[in-house]
Design a protein around this ligand. Sequence first.
Ligand SMILES: [Zn+2]
Length: 112
Amino acid sequence: MAFNPDVKRKIVRDRKTDKHLPCVMCGATYPLPDAVHIIDEKEWKAKLGCDRQANGIPLCPNCHRIFDEVLRPYLYRALHQFGTSGLPMSWTKNNKLTVTEQNLGLEEEGTA
Ligand SMILES: [Zn+2]
């Protein structure tokens, strides 16, 4: 699901100039950047009720895919091993089908 239009506008547009913000990962400017949920919408709303700007980042389509499929599982693994609690369950695995945990080397590990 997408952000509601008011929240999306706050995420992808510069407040002063009203121009689209560049992708926060690669810096590319895109005609229509994606407003990407940091924590999956369903999980966020279950805990906090409604969409908020704080849960969104402007990303280009390429970085959107990398964030969802690659970065979140890596962050989850590192933060979990560091002892962080309350991490979003939606970060445990990529949420798309094009990459598997085995492709990423994130399968259960004993000593790494
Ligand atoms: Zn990008």
